[in-house]
Design a protein around this ligand. Structure first.
Ligand code: UDX
Length: 455
């Protein structure tokens, strides 16, 4: 089967490469000439584990190709995916659908055979209706069907998520749409991944509902972490205690500095806009957005407190370990590190940072931060270290070396990577998230923190 993927960004490129790996013939299309040229030379526009190899092997097998020419790319394709960006519209938080509609228009003008047009981009409810209207207005002279098929992959684990999804959601309004989509995902039917056929509107809403629900879960556990600090509890024990209840589930209960990334912040805002448009408020998500925004700045203040408060902090130095919104990506969008760096700058604190993949993208967002080539270069002379992103490279730092080169052995661990008692034994002042009084371990009470396995 021939598949055209319009938009070769994160979702388009990963989906295209995976469909090719399933044995389909895939053409990835993008307007960006440089991006396509680089892809033709095996250079990836993003950092994603395993992607370069997947692209290379499928290009070599002649199942995957790249072009800037949409008319040529879609010719003969039975499924044409729209996987272009839907960023937050400046000013009002609505999803900006101009790229999606521009592609629909172009596809309509060049459609040369019967085809199913599939929106994979995250789009608000009703977008499929508008795409269908645009296509119909173009009078393509061929049979077409507009289908919604949201993508649930996570950055850093995108290929595994695509190939072994928890579920596939397909919103189709007719048999033609359903039958072509069945063929597209036939390799996954064999894998027994559940495939849900629903209406187009239900499918569009499902994507937003899933992301908003996960944002709620994270924000809930973050607030439980704050409460744990006040009452002297351990949020990891609470997370495990509730997560083993199958109705709750153990995933997405890691307390931390707040969610970031390319999806949760933008999709929660867009969902709120839809709710507003239809006069059906989703108040729980309204609260989550506010709480999460405030949390990022609060994490900066936590570091200032670790330096001895606003007065003491001025002129001190902090080493920031990890800048991306999560590990295994170079994506800096809405990363908590941005608000933390800003809060520290406002408090007159100098920051040196290290991130394995994100420094190039981070530098323009935090020009005041001094980027270093390894964690120890950032730590040298620091009055405190803040661990913002849980990259594997930070899981086994050489504590002896840190004590020798840092000005003070103070670690603010915003991802609960380390065990409080371990750091205490090593002579560190250790603060984490939601573990014991004021985020410090329970040393004062003489109670060792309970053995926990992260949820
Ligand atoms: C998310 C969804 O998981 C995915 O299904 C959707 O397609 C796109 O959005 P992604 O943004 O790549 O994926 O990252 P994810 O791993 O979900 O993490 C999002 C944010 O939540 C990160 O900032 C992460 O650090 C944070 N998070 C996640 C927590 O703070 N605690 C958790 O327990 C889980």
């Amino acid at each position: 089967m021939k598949i055209a993927m319009v938009g070769s960004g994160y979702v388009g490129l990963v989906s295209g490469a995976c469909f090719a790996d399933f044995g389909h013939e895939v053409v990835c299309i993008d307007k960006d000439e440089t991006k396509i040229q680089r892809l033709l030379h095996g250079m990836m526009p993003i950092y994603e584990p395993g992607l370069a190899e997947l692209v290379e092997s499928n290009v070599a097998a002649r199942r995957l190709s790249f072009t800037t020419d949409l008319a040529e790319g879609i010719a003969g394709a039975q499924a044409i995916f729209i996987a272009v960006g839907t960023p937050s519209r400046r000013g009002d938080g609505h999803a900006d659908l101009s790229y999606v509609y521009a592609v629909a228009q172009e596809v309509g003008e060049h459609l040369s055979n019967d085809a199913v047009i599939v929106t994979k981009s995250t789009v608000p409810v009703g977008t499929g209706d508008e795409v269908e209207r645009i296509l119909r207005e173009c009078n393509p002279g061929h049979r077409f069907s507009v289908v919604s098929n949201p993508e649930f992959l996570r950055e850093g684990a995108a290929i595994g998520d695509f190939k072994r999804p928890d579920r596939i959601v397909i919103g189709a309004e007719d048999d033609f749409g359903r039958s072509v989509m069945r063929e597209v995902y036939r390799p996954l039917f064999l894998n027994e991944s559940p495939i849900l056929f629903v209406s187009r509107r239900s499918s569009e809403l499902t994507k937003y509902a899933a992301n908003a629900f996960l944002a709620v879960k994270i924000t809930f556990i973050n607030e439980m972490a704050d409460l744990c600090e006040k009452v002297g509890g351990n949020v990891q024990d609470v997370a495990r205690g509730i997560g083993l209840d199958n109705r709750i589930g153990s995933k997405f209960l890691h307390a931390g500095p707040g969610y970031g990334g390319s999806c949760f912040p933008k999709d929660t805002l867009a969902l709120l806009k839809t709710a507003e448009d239809y006069d059906s408020p989703v108040r729980i998500v309204e609260a989550v957005v506010k709480v999460n925004d405030a949390r990022k700045r609060a994490m900066g203040r936590k570091v200032v407190d670790a330096l001895g408060g606003a007065e003491e902090a001025r002129g001190k130095r902090v080493a920031m370990l990890g800048l991306t919104f999560k590990p295994n990506t170079d994506d800096m969008r809405d990363s908590p590190s941005i608000a933390i760096a800003q809060t520290l700058a406002d408090a007159g604190v100098t920051v040196a940072a290290y991130d394995p993949e994100g420094m190039e993208q981070a530098q323009p967002l935090m020009p005041q931060v001094d980027m270093k080539q390894d964690p120890y270069a950032a730590i040298e002379g620091a009055d405190a270290i803040v661990l913002v992103t849980e990259w594997d490279a930070f899981r086994a730092l050489d504590l002896g070396r840190i004590k020798a080169i840092a000005k003070a052995p103070v670690l603010v661990d915003l991802r609960n990577v380390y065990k409080p008692e371990h750091l205490r034994e090593a002579g560190f002042t250790y603060l984490s998230v939601g573990r014991g009084t004021s985020g410090k371990d329970n040393a004062a009470s003489g109670e060792p923190a309970a053995e926990t396995v992260p949820a």
